[in-house]
Design a protein around this ligand. Sequence first.
Ligand code: NDP
Length: 462
Amino acid sequence: MNSCLESAETKVTNAYVARVIEETKAKNANEPEFLQTVEEVLTTLAPVIDKHPEYEKIALLERLVEPERIISFRVPWLNDKGETIVNRGYRIQFSGAIGPYKGGLRFHPSVNQSIMKFLAFEQIFKNSLTSLPIGGGKGGSDFDPKGKSDNEIMRFCQSFMTELCKHIGHNLDVPAGDIGVGGREIGYLFGQYRRIRNTYEAGVLTGKGLEYGGSLARPEATGYGLMYYMREMLKANEMTLQGKTAIISGSGNVAIYACQKAQAYGVKVLAMSDSNGCIYDENGIDLDAVRQIKEVNRGRIREYLESHPSARYTENVKGETPAVYTIKADLILPCATQNDINLETAKLLTANGAIAVGEGANMPCTNEAEAYFLENNVLVAPAKAANAGGVSVSALEMSQNSMRYSWTFEEVDQKLDSIMVNIFKACKDAADEYGYGKNYIAGANIAGFLKVAKAMVSQGII
Ligand code: NDP
């Protein structure tokens, strides 16, 4: 295999790109995650901008990195002890150039404006890659759902939606789930929206329950889509999933369905994790046991040992490589959170013989880690493309809501599979055309950008 990294020399070759990166850094100095993704995306766009010098006159990149709107609001709610708690809510409506803003809601104590902006910025390109008409947005709160009762979750969701409902709508902005927001939370959010707006606007949220407008295969979509993309990427490099080993970070929605599909393709999944630590099962992870712990009991992954005493549990140590990444495997599937894999971890995984990384989570690798993988011929399935299955089926959920009709599981899954095939092809074709070889990260950024840029040009200076 040739070295995949051919982007290094394009780093500063385009003066316009370099200037916008510097200006963005100066304007947003306290937003490291946002700057990280802007730098990654704009750097890889340099050869495209070389071909389109006219973009500079219309400040296309300056407009691209400035959100159309940032909404930040107070979320007061009462806990079970009757105490008043105040959280902060966000909705970033980053780009509506190709359709209504679309992107998930994250409830996690780490949520801040930088994380919201990075997620919303990435969502622009991801949504463009799906070939469906959706713009980029993201939202959430620094609320921590862990350890909260059902009633507390409901009261929080109701308070959050009481403000958010003023800013969303099925033709305006359509949120979905993300970390800490699953079917239960979407249900409470939808109920409050319906009550306040006094209308049954099913397409205002996606990830809904089947009884009230949800789509079959939406829970599975991100994890399944990731494995469809991995299948295509390996195929293009004359490999298959069958017989490979894998490690998966996380044990939430994306991780669980990535594991299920990986196993269906004959991959042996050796380890999964949560934020506390990882389980290693040399016989292959028993996914039913993980699902019982995570989806039903809402427990911790170490409880796996209770039913599988021969497995091993390793606790994470703060500041050290997450335990899951110390296990040798062919396929590395980070499905937890951003910046999970830094340069040091990338070196360890590469030395341990990793063949490919499939980014189920958003921005799970630092820019240095991604560059190291590519330089060392480890294939990278970039998040913007590889985890786009979730938002794709969300868009299919919106279509079904508009048609007041629903497709079967097989129909949705089939559409998802072809969308992922097309996304991989778009990444590969763009990488080939712009001289990026096997750098599908650059391919995804370019393919996603081109459509948005054309739409921005057509719509004038707005
Ligand atoms: P879930 O809330 O269902 O699961 C999150 C998992 O990641 C949990 O196992 C959680 O462990 C772990 N995790 C969260 N934060 C951290 C952290 N700081 N350090 C270590 N582990 C952590 O979320 P999802 O599965 O929905 O999302 C996972 C990733 O996939 C996110 O990056 C999300 O943005 C991305 N994604 C999700 C999509 C979707 O459709 N849901 C679509 C596209 C991308 P613990 O329980 O200990 O917190």
